[in-house]
Design a protein around this ligand. Structure first.
Ligand code: HEM
Length: 445
């Protein structure tokens, strides 16, 4: 007799759909506390297993990864936006794309991005100064989206996308929520049907597609001096056939990197600033460290290793509020995990949000304690995933955090407006539900 993993009580017909819709983070955390490291969920006929122990994560993502691909429901939903791309592809297509794109994220390439990250941040701070003087609040969540979008535009596409940033922010929000709603529903209208949700999604996707098409054609007409992600994609050739990537494949990667490259980092920075606003001691520590390393100058790649307080604050906020709060895999064949049967075709969920609160691995898991990252190598820490599908942009994101957080704190003190809920909104990424509005106080440098 095959042993099924334990499961919280749910409805006979819909399973755990209600709580999954209304309080997915609470459902996952409670389930691991009550039922242990493997928990079975059901949404109508769909079965998923939450796997919540580093050894079991290694089983799925590394040791037995051949049995767990990304042909999952979440990848299907993401494919509505990205098509087949590095984020969603499997097998040979994934391997080739990863090989093509990887050099864009080598250390030397990242060193070349630092100036652009600092310049984009300085432009944002200059605009903030005007707002601070006029007594106008800013929404940090939205500002971080625009900033990281502009940075990705400059670093990966060699283009200034400032004027497109509002349109993309709105469109991305619509698309990210739409795909998440589809993921957590049992039945969805086919995406070709003209439902209000589908129409809103299509319009948002068309807006972003237009921006990308324009970006690609400008790039072809006037290739930037420094090679960009688009240059690499356009010049790449299949190892065997020598065939170049088609326009669709280039479009898919472009939209993937616009999405994955800004939305995650923006959420990570938004949460870090939310937590910093409540922990004045860490603001001071970051400012002093930055002053010691850079004085009043712009940071360089050589300064980054000296900015460990900023790094630890960012790592701790990604522990408490991991921008990617869940990853999903699809079981190709029957398997057994920790003695429990995992049927072919079922889903496996790995949730950094629950792993980062696992009481066996984290002391006082709900507290903000960046000093825990003075020790490296935490076993149950997966903000960037694990195994060969590990985030390709992790070093880029960590470099951005070490430049952006100290630059903001050097110039401003943040004071939260009354009534900021700090509520987490899990969509594909973990967002600040109502944003984070602050008044800015200029600091005299
Ligand atoms: C704090 C910021 C970030 C976080 C928390 C994050 C998180 C993640 C995670 C958890 C995965 C693995 C997903 C899975 O296994 O299913 C991933 C993959 C990926 N990330 Fe990131 N990411 C961040 C920043 C970035 C940036 C800056 C870029 C690009 C510039 C990027 C591009 C990607 C891509 C393309 C993949 C797919 C890699 C593959 O499957 O080979 N990410 N990211």
């Amino acid at each position: 007799m095959k042993r099924l993993a334990p499961s919280p009580p749910g409805s006979f017909f819909t399973g755990h759909l209600d709580r999954l819709r209304n309080d997915v983070l609470g459902l996952l955390v409670d389930a691991t506390r009550e039922h242990g490291d493997v928990v079975r969920f059901r949404v109508g006929p769909l079965v998923m297993h939450l796997v919540n122990h580093p050894d079991l994560v290694s089983h799925v993502m590394i040791r037995n990864r051949k049995n767990y691909d990304k042909a999952s429901r979440s990848s299907d939903c993401l494919s509505l936006i990205c098509g087949e791309s590095l984020l969603t592809a499997n097998g040979e297509v994934w391997k080739q794309r990863r090989r093509t794109i990887q050099p864009m994220f080598h250390r030397a390439a990242i060193a070349g991005f630092i100036d652009s990250i600092a310049e984009c941040t300085q432009l944002m701070l200059d605009a903030w100064r005007v707002k601070a003087r006029a007594g106008e609040p800013v929404d940090i969540a939205s500002e971080m989206m625009k900033l990281t979008f502009r940075i990705v535009g400059r670093c990966l596409f060699g283009a200034d996308l400032q004027k497109e940033s509002n349109a993309v922010e709105e469109a991305m929000h619509v698309m990210v929520l739409h795909t998440y709603h589809r993921w957590r529903s049992i039945l969805n209208a086919p995406s070709s049907w003209p439902t209000p949700g589908n129409l809103r999604f299509r319009k948002a996707l068309a807006d972003v597609d237009e921006i990308i098409a324009d970006l690609i054609s400008r790039h072809r007409a006037h290739p930037p001096e420094r090679p960009t992600l688009l240059t690499m994609l356009m010049e790449s050739r299949d190892a065997e056939s020598g065939v170049a990537l088609g326009d669709d494949a280039i479009r898919n990667e472009a939209i993937t990197f616009l999405l994955a490259g800004h939305e995650t980092t923006a959420n990570g920075l938004g949460w870090a600033l939310y937590l910093l606003e409540r922990h004045a001691g860490w603001q001071k520590a970051i400012r002093e460290e930055f002053q010691g390393a850079c004085g009043n100058a712009m940071p360089t790649m050589e300064d980054l290793p000296k900015l460990s307080h900023a790094l630890h604050v960012f790592e701790e906020s990604c522990r408490l509020y991991p921008p990617i709060w869940a990853m999903e895999r699809h079981a190709i064949a029957d398997d057994e995990i920790a003695g429990f049967h995992i049927p072919k075709g079922s889903g496996v969920i790995i949730s950094p949000y629950t792993l980062h609160r696992h009481p066996a691995f984290w002391e006082k898991p709900e507290e903000f304690l960046p000093e825990r990252f003075e020790k490296r190598d935490h076993e149950a820490y997966y903000p960037f995933g694990a195994g060969p599908r590990f985030c390709i942009g992790s070093e880029f994101a960590l470099a951005e955090a070490r430049v952006i957080l100290p630059m903001i704190l050097r110039s401003f003190e943040l004071e939260a407006m009354p009534g900021q809920s700090g509520e987490a909104e899990p969509a594909i990424t973990l967002r600040l539900k109502d944003g984070f509005k602050v008044m800015l106080r200029e600091r005299m440098e």
